[in-house]
Design a protein around this ligand. Structure first.
Ligand SMILES: Cc1cc2nc3c(=O)[nH]c(=O)nc-3n(C[C@H](O)[C@H](O)[C@H](O)COP(=O)(O)O)c2cc1C
Length: 251
């Protein structure tokens, strides 16, 4: 393959964007960050990172994943960040993270998609989701055109002088202590397979949550019987309509 795109995705938005860009680019391998990576990146023409913004920043798992890569300044590296609202300092943070791994970000984009932070709100009405998703498909095409010609944005700035908000949140990985499982749970194991950080163990056919949660909300959103919730709250689930749970299972 000529190009590689690494993605991190809880509810499929970032995967759908990665797939769209990969199809438009052609000859592109997709790789879930939750599976780790120890290959050689030097032969790829283009290297992409696609993921959601969390609390105005880069999700810790994405930061850790990129930290573990060997990048060089001669590589063409792009980023695309999906968001439900404001990207905050995620774009500046990505510049800094890539720099710390030895690379240089060539260009980056943000793409508005339906929000999925079910700890605070439920899924948007269908018609709003459809509008956002059709606009994001259009944007994916425009992004691909720029990546194809290897656009270099000279105006990217780095957040190296500020501490990312997620790093100031000591309770970040223990979020799942507030997840609840109700009697609808059938023990199907989807939550354990989809969790990007192996935070879920099935005990007596019921999920138990450890303290390495990435807050992606995948377990809540993809449970086929809506048995998992945040603090027992009843809210409409969101999942990207063109993505299947299996596509997000940890490899
Ligand atoms: C923990 C968490 C924090 C989030 N913080 C933000 C935010 O600060 N700004 C924003 O625009 N969207 C935020 N979102 C929404 C997601 O970035 C957005 O819905 C994204 O497209 C989800 O991508 P995914 O389906 O690939 O997981 C947040 C979502 C989660 C789960």
């Amino acid at each position: 393959m000529e190009n590689i795109i690494f993605f991190f995705s809880g509810t499929g938005n970032s995967l759908a964007l990665a797939q769209e860009i990969a199809i438009n680019l052609d000859n592109t391998e997709l790789h879930n960050m939750s599976g780790g990576f120890d290959g050689d990146l030097s032969s790829f023409e283009r290297i992409g990172f696609i993921f959601p913004v969390y609390y105005g920043g880069v999700p810790p798992m994405v930061r850790d994943f990129i930290d573990g890569l060997k990048l060089t300044k001669s590589m063409y590296i792009f980023g695309a960040i999906t968001r439900g609202g404001m990207a905050g300092s995620a774009t500046d943070e990505l510049v800094e993270i890539i720099e710390q791994s030895g690379g240089k970000l060539s260009c980056e984009f943000t793409v508005m998609m339906p929000g999925n932070y079910i700890a605070a709100y439920g899924a948007l009405p269908d018609f709003i989701q459809k509008t956002l998703l059709s606009k994001s498909d259009e944007k994916a095409k425009k992004i691909t055109d720029k990546i194809k010609v290897k656009l270099i944005d000279q105006n990217l700035k780095s957040s190296r002088d500020t501490t990312p908000l997620t790093k100031k949140m000591p309770d970040f990985p223990t979020f799942a202590k507030d997840y609840r499982v109700n009697h609808n749970c059938s023990g199907c194991n989807v939550c354990a397979k989809i969790c990007p950080s192996k935070n879920i163990t099935m005990i007596n056919n019921k999920p138990h949550f450890d303290s390495v949660c990435q807050r992606c909300m995948a377990c809540i959103q993809w449970c086929p019987v809506a048995a998992i919730s945040y603090k027992g709250q009843i809210r409409a689930r969101y999942r990207h309509p063109e993505i299947k749970a299996e596509e997000l299972f940890r490899k």
